[in-house]
Write a protein that binds this ligand. Sequence first.
Ligand code: OGA
Ligand code: MN
Length: 214
Amino acid sequence: MTCENARIQTPDDLLMDQLCQNLAEQGWGVLCDFFSPLLIKDLRNEVINHAGSTGLTQAGVGRGLDYMVDPSIRSDQTRWLSAETAAQSLYLEQMEHLRLGINRRLFLGLTYFESHFALYEPGTFYAKHKDSFRGAANRVLSTVSYLNPDWKDEDGGQLILFDPESGAETTRIKPEAGTLAVFLSEEIEHEVLMSHVQRFSIAGWFRVDHQLCG
Ligand code: OGA
Ligand code: MN
């Protein structure tokens, strides 16, 4: 007998299963080669073009009245994604697929995804921080998609995740093109080591509220 609702497990389902199991058990997960090299190349070229035409803004820290630019804490430059190009649309579609897959497996009720390109020029970094604070209840899952091919250890720029209980380093993620890192925004402290080459990425957040405007 076959069930009406039987579904074939695709490689995509299995990847999503693995990611969600890791998120549930340890609060973070990493998928290599999650995005196609072609999409990554288009997205990388967009950041490169914006960098050459002041399309990026110096990133700040804090929220509302506490917001300020402080290069001793973070020194990347950013630009919000908005489906203004085919590559951004495709990226956002894939993240929407991920949102639905995560909700189906972990019942997180994620409602909305926001993301920005980030450029770390040589010599820049992002000191240890969390992306969301308990009580703010908006950013639930942080994502980082990397856009540099052939990253070398000596290029620096690794993402370090820390254990919420012991504070010890749990893992060091190489910012290699196609890799997607996902972690709990309220739980996981993390740090971007100084990069020695131009480092391109897209940082994003799945939220449980809605886009305010725009
Ligand atoms: C961030 C962040 C990590 C990375 O933008 O908040 O922590 O690896 N980024 O770029
Ligand atoms: Mn962060």
